[in-house]
Design a protein around this ligand. Structure first.
Ligand SMILES: Cc1ncc(C[n+]2csc(CCOP(=O)(O)OP(=O)(O)O)c2C)c(N)n1
Length: 641
């Protein structure tokens, strides 16, 4: 309450109500070592109710995380402090994931618990045996993503996932009964969780409940009845404890009621000593774990540590070069989704940490490699997740798998349903985690399913997201190259936009250089001085190539530039970009809206693409219907000369 008062903003209520439950968890149960915060076998703790960030910061400070100093608590919510308004991964050790958008942390925790089970199945319980604990609020349990994630967790029987639910009956608008009357305990039991209600401010009850949850063969929800802003004389138990400082008189009253006689930011020595002792509990456990790790065969130990460092195995470049060669030899005229499936058949062998999945579109997304086995309740030896029709839950879960470390998650759905996963994609970009989205059916080219399924604004919307790398390969070779780039970028998410329809092979030249790594490159230079430059991505690159030929018959020399990844192209040196784009007029073609293309088109450019939503018809009929043809591209080029 003092930090929030000093910052003149923030949320004092939830930290005061959940302080008891959190104290029991951190002092008696949670396995962690503040001196080795990245200890791979630590228990994970997620404060899903990120608005209560001060609770986490206080716990990290009291238990002795070196970077969470008292000064940081005093600088709550100030520029450059570790103590941001909501916990941000990377700002301080002990913050496992970024939370704040309600529901996301709970979703991440399911991914963490899955990662723990998968790694235990692979490396053994002696080195992987930890729990995932969460503090979640009413808001977390109202959000749709938590329903999806909880349903998945129950289905998989993630028995080491324990959620302390702050059942305080208050949210911002007032009492939760204004909007929330389902029985949360019964709901979670129906998800195949163990769920009980307790008095969340009775230390013994909390400890007993955590012990009970640890024994359960299911994920557990402990509904902790608490009073928001416990101790504040008039604001306790009310929505007034939300989103603003309590004010001087409430704080004075709370000090009196709680029997707390110290000034702000003073931790008495005896209390600090007890907390530090709680924080020191983990060190012998961590040291014992290190001995266990040493007892693994050296090859297994090296593999475990390689994964923890987020380093890729050797052999990836050679495997991708061979895939490209094979595609060229076969003159692979296939859909890029199919090429992606072939690429995965190889990559899942070379990169064993890949964990695939799809939101119930496996046969369409081609996400399941030949050798991949399903992950099932009770059997975590497989590396393929059946996420069910839960795009948002899948994306939040993938973030949790990625931040856990040790595995690289990829997951598929239709590109148009990236909207259903967008809040989690944004957090992946924001945190800088290397999850990979395999988004197929990337334009009107998908055909008969019609406009509900045909993305038009999605590429623009995804390219607008800072930190997300959007790849739209033009053929099988570019697909392999883009997969390699996505894998190499361990500190940013990547999204592959892939076609349903077959595409010709355009990259027939020999050589192992990954040309997609430039983001854009001249696929076909003009015969003679360039009079026009045609820019395209994905399925429209072959349309641009046909337009180039049509223009050649009129003696108009046109170059075709393939632009599989705008973000990478934007990072190239200006000289390279200028050379690729040229000084001649430009025409861009993409089966999507124009939004964003002005960046590459310049003042004299023309765009051929979608003006609105698509239609239900065979894909071959839709391209001419919407005027996305080589003839139209050539016409636009001529009109610019
Ligand atoms: C996705 C999302 N929507 C809205 C908010 C804004 N917000 C912050 S806290 C909160 C609700 C707080 O109620 P509750 O979750 O019960 O927490 P408590 O009252 O126990 O602090 C809301 C709506 C948010 N953080 N995330």
């Amino acid at each position: 309450m003092d930090a929030v008062e000093q910052a003149k903003s923030g949320d004092p209520g939830m930290p005061m109500g959940m302080a008891d439950a959190a104290t029991v968890l951190f002092t008696q149960f949670l396995r962690f070592d503040p001196q080795a915060p990245d200890w791979p076998d630590r228990d994970r703790f997620v404060l899903s109710a990120g608005h209560g960030s001060m609770l986490l910061y206080a716990l990290l400070h009291l238990t002795g995380y070196p970077d969470m100093t008292l000064e940081e608590l005093e600088r709550f919510r100030q520029l450059g402090s570790r103590t941001a308004g909501h916990p941000e991964r990377g700002h301080a050790s002990g913050i496992e994931t970024t939370t704040g958008p309600l529901g996301q942390g709970l979703g991440n925790s399911v991914g963490m618990a899955i990662a723990e089970r998968l790694l235990a199945a692979e490396f053994g319980d002696a080195v992987v045996d930890h729990r995932t604990y969460v503090i979640a609020s009413d808001g977390d349990l109202m959000e749709g993503v938590s329903h999806e994630a909880a349903s998945l967790a129950g289905h998989l029987g993630l028995d080491k996932l324990i959620v302390l639910y702050d059942d305080n009956s208050i949210s911002i608008d007032g009492p939760t009964e204004l909007a929330f009357s389902d029985d949360r305990v019964l709901r979670f039991r129906a998800y195949r969780w163990a769920a009980e209600r307790i008095d969340g401010q009775d230390h013994q009850a909390v400890a007993d409940a955590i012990r009970w949850a640890q024994q359960s063969d299911r994920p557990s929800l402990i509904a902790c009845r608490t009073t928001i802003a416990f101790g504040a004389p008039t604001k306790a138990g009310t929505a007034a404890a939300h989103g603003a400082p309590l004010g001087a008189s409430e704080i004075a009253g709370a000090r009196e009621r709680l029997g707390w006689n110290y000034p702000p930011f003073v931790v008495p020595d005896d209390i600090r000593t007890k907390w530090r002792a709680a924080g020191a509990r983990g060190e012998p456990l961590r040291r014992a774990w290190e001995t266990q790790l040493q007892s693994l065969p050296s090859e297994r130990r090296d593999e475990f540590l390689r994964r923890q460092r987020n380093e890729l195995p050797g052999g990836l470049d050679a495997a991708v070069a061979k895939l490209c060669d094979d595609f060229r030899k076969a003159n692979a005229k296939i859909a890029t989704r199919q090429a992606s499936g072939t690429v995965l058949d190889t990559l899942t062998k070379v990169v064993p940490e890949l964990v695939g999945g799809s939101a119930d579109l496996t046969p369409s997304n081609n996400t399941k490699a030949k050798d991949q086995k399903d992950v099932r309740r009770g059997d975590f030896t497989g590396h393929y997740l059946r996420y069910g029709v839960r795009e948002h839950g899948m994306a939040a879960t993938m973030n949790g798998i990625a931040v856990h470390r040790g595995l690289i998650p990829y997951g598929g759905t239709f590109l148009t349903f990236s909207d259903y996963a967008r809040p989690s994609i944004r957090l992946a970009a924001f945190m800088g985690v290397g999850v990979i989205y395999v988004m197929t059916h990337d334009s009107i080219g998908l055909g008969e399913d019609g406009p509900t399924h045909q993305p038009v604004e999605h590429l623009a919307a995804l390219r607008a997201m800072p930190g997300l790398y959007v790849y739209r390969p033009a053929d099988a070779v570019e697909t392999a190259e883009c997969w390699a780039l996505a894998l190499q970028r361990r500190d940013t998410p990547s999204l592959l936009a892939l076609t349903r329809q077959a595409l010709p092979l355009l990259r027939s030249e020999a050589g192992s250089e990954n040309r997609s790594a430039y983001g854009a490159y001249v696929l076909a230079e003009a015969d003679g001085p360039r009079r026009v430059t045609l820019l395209a991505t994905g399925s429209e690159v072959s349309i641009a190539m046909a337009a180039r030929e049509a223009l050649a018959t009129d003696h108009i020399a046109a170059a075709v530039v393939s632009m599989p990844c705008w973000e990478l192209f934007g990072q190239q040196a200006k000289g390279y970009r200028d050379a690729v784009l040229g000084t001649a007029p430009r025409v861009a073609v993409e089966a999507a809206v124009e939004f964003g293309w002005e960046r590459w088109l310049g003042p004299r450019g023309a765009f051929i693409g979608m003006q609105g939503y698509g239609a239900s018809a065979p894909g071959e009929a839709l391209f001419p219907h919407f005027g996305i043809t080589a003839e139209r591209v050539a016409e636009a080029a001529r009109s610019l000369l």
